[in-house]
Design a protein around this ligand. Structure first.
Ligand code: BGC
Length: 326
């Protein structure tokens, strides 16, 4: 009996040791497999200000008596928020200075005007976190910005590309020179992540906790992307053909490279985001086929070919809501 239990014990030790070694091996392999992407190609921190696309909205009323806002300190002072510190309830959020989802710094003249476009359907609990969090984050950035939420109201398949085109059209009518296309479930974690356009398209969410802060592929532009309104027009926006989840951003990346534009990124610590939890949407099984078909189609399918009905544009204090039926 005692002999048997010794064998048993030895076997147990061996088994757990084997399991431990296997897990370590998997971790090491995974680390090396993704190492290149942790260290994705990005702009050097010292050079960031040379890449900024300095342009404010011509409609913005500025006072000569106010000095220009400064951005160097924001870009240099990395201050990270932990995802677990993000408030899930915002009872004490003060909307001071925000009108119709828009804010302008009080003490200085902003050099940037940015339209934040958020495509949306059935994610009320995420919107309730996103809106106050983003205002608290953006108000510290010395920029003029406005948040637009574009809601798909019908029961048809989700069409994010078309919703972005609708939001971009409105933001351009409102004369915004820079668009930031933003998923509602992503929250920036570092205060040095300045929410402005660069002279080239900028993929902002390169380092997301859900993906273990790894850039999952080099041409990824999904999540959060900043692009000037002129470039968006030049690319003819997004394809309107992607229905369901996925693909429209990869197609957009194709348009970017066809127009010889380059996707730029800030360093990883400045590009970190947390993703709010949600159920995975139904994937569009046709996305690869549509992408292939779209190869030579971008001039006919996009910003210039959108069909929809705006059921209403409503200005809330914290955002402008564009409700559409496709
Ligand atoms: C999809 C993209 C998505 C990416 C990351 C790809 O398979 O086509 O739309 O952004 O995965 O989730």
């Amino acid at each position: 009996m005692p002999k048997w239990s010794l064998v048993q014990r030895l076997l147990q030790v061996r088994l757990s040791t084997c399991l431990f070694i296997t897990l370590c091996l998997i971790a090491v392999i995974q680390f090396f497999a993704s190492y290149g992407y942790y260290k994705y190609e990005h702009l050097a921190q010292e050079s960031l200000r040379h890449h900024l696309y300095v342009q404010h909205n011509p409609k913005l009323i500025t006072k000569k008596s106010k000095p220009d806002c400064r951005y160097n300190d924001i870009l240099q002072n990395s201050k990270s928020v932990h995802s677990w510190d993000i408030p899930r309830k915002f009872n004490d959020f003060l909307p001071n200075g925000i009108i119709n989802g828009s804010y302008t710094p009080e003490d200085c003249t902003p050099l940037f005007s940015v339209a934040i476009l958020v495509t949306y359907r059935n994610r009320q609990s995420q919107l309730d976190i996103f809106i106050p969090y983003m205002h608290s984050f953006l108000k510290k950035q010395n920029i003029h910005y406005k948040i637009y939420v574009i809601e798909q109201q019908d029961e048809r398949l989700w069409n994010k590309g078309l919703l972005y085109n609708i939001g971009a059209k409105q933001a351009m009518l409102d004369k915004f020179p820079c668009l930031i296309l933003h998923d509602v479930d992503l929250l920036p974690l570092d205060e040095s992540n300045l929410y402005v356009c660069l002279k080239q398209p900028r993929h902002m969410s390169a380092s997301i906790d859900k993906f273990r802060f790894v850039l999952i592929y080099k041409s990824l532009v999904g999540g959060v992307l900043a692009i000037t309104s002129d470039q968006y027009k030049e690319l003819n926006g997004f394809s309107n053909r992607f229905q369901g989840w996925g693909g429209e951003d990869d197609d957009f990346a194709g348009r970017i490279s066809k127009h010889n534009l380059e996707i730029l990124r800030f360093p990883p610590h400045m590009s970190s985001y947390t993703m709010l939890l949600h159920k995975q949407e139904h994937k569009n099984d046709d996305r690869h086929r549509i992408m292939e078909e779209n190869e030579h189609n971008s001039q006919k399918d996009g910003l210039n070919s959108i069909r929809y009905r705006v059921s209403n544009i409503k200005t809330h204090r914290l955002f402008t809501m564009i409700k559409v039926r496709l």
